[in-house]
Design a protein around this ligand. Structure first.
Ligand SMILES: C[S@@+](CC[C@H](N)C(=O)[O-])C[C@H]1O[C@@H](n2cnc3c(N)ncnc32)[C@H](O)[C@@H]1O
Length: 215
């Protein structure tokens, strides 16, 4: 599916009253990393930040966070949630595959992508990888959650896809996520949430490390 068509679909999807929306629960993997031994706060970039559930968690842990979000409706929710949480997150409306077009900057030691990359059209994924590589500091860690199977044809994310596109990165971990975990990260009508556990979507989590000499 083309990027313009996808954007229109996301604009509509975000406004549907029966749609599922991100919950306030931060990703388990992110919490494990951040609260792990020897991890000091730095600069984090949350791509497709949605309502900022992960960005808010990071800001509370002392990280300086930038959240990038394509859809204005989601960004408005992010502004409400960050204000209610009393944390500061630098929110940027933009396309994660065009980061250089916005005041995002570089030098991020942590990149979070929870269900954004799998929403990027195949034709924009090389640009996404190049832009993220530019924004990341050497040795940066990227935590990604992506669907290995979803409704939209040609959008599935595989280990091979990541290895081929993220050439300046090392894939440290790839593991399937249990539907019971995925469902915690969304709120919404029971019936809509069922789509997350009925096997139609298969989420995987990935950890990637930017190689120190990546261009
Ligand atoms: C399933 S939501 C997840 C939101 C958030 N990361 C979370 O886990 O709670 C995916 C988000 O990615 C955003 N998104 C999709 N394509 C994007 C793009 N090209 N650039 C930035 N954000 C994008 C969507 O608008 C949506 O808010």
């Amino acid at each position: 599916m083309r990027a313009g068509t996808l954007r229109l679909l996301y604009e509509i999807e975000h406004r549907l009253p029966f749609n599922i929306v991100p919950s306030d629960v931060p990703d388990k993997d992110l919490v494990e990393v951040i609260e792990g031994e020897g991890v000091l706060p730095g600069r984090a970039l949350d791509l497709g930040c949605g309502n900022c559930r992960n960005a808010i968690y990071l800001a509370r842990q002392g990280w300086e966070v930038t959240g990038v979000e394509l859809i204005g409706h989601a960004l408005a929710a992010a502004r409400r949630k960050t204000a209610a949480a009393g944390v500061s997150v630098n929110l940027v409306r933009g396309d994660a595959s065009r980061l250089s077009d916005y005041p995002v900057g570089t030098g991020y030691s942590l990149i979070v992508d929870a269900c954004c990359y799998h929403a990027i059209a195949a034709e924009r994924r090389d640009d996404y990888a190049a832009e993220v590589t530019k924004a990341a500091a050497p040795g940066a860690l990227m935590l990604m959650v992506a669907f290995a199977e979803q409704n939209t044809p040609g959008m599935n994310v595989t280990e091979e896809d990541l290895r081929n596109r993220f050439t300046g990165w090392e894939l440290l971990q790839a593991a399937p996520m249990a539907p019971e975990e995925l469902v915690q990260y969304f709120d919404g009508p029971k019936l809509a949430k069922k789509t997350l556990t009925n096997g139609r979507y298969r989420a995987w989590r990935y950890r990637l490390r930017r190689l120190p000499d990546a261009a």
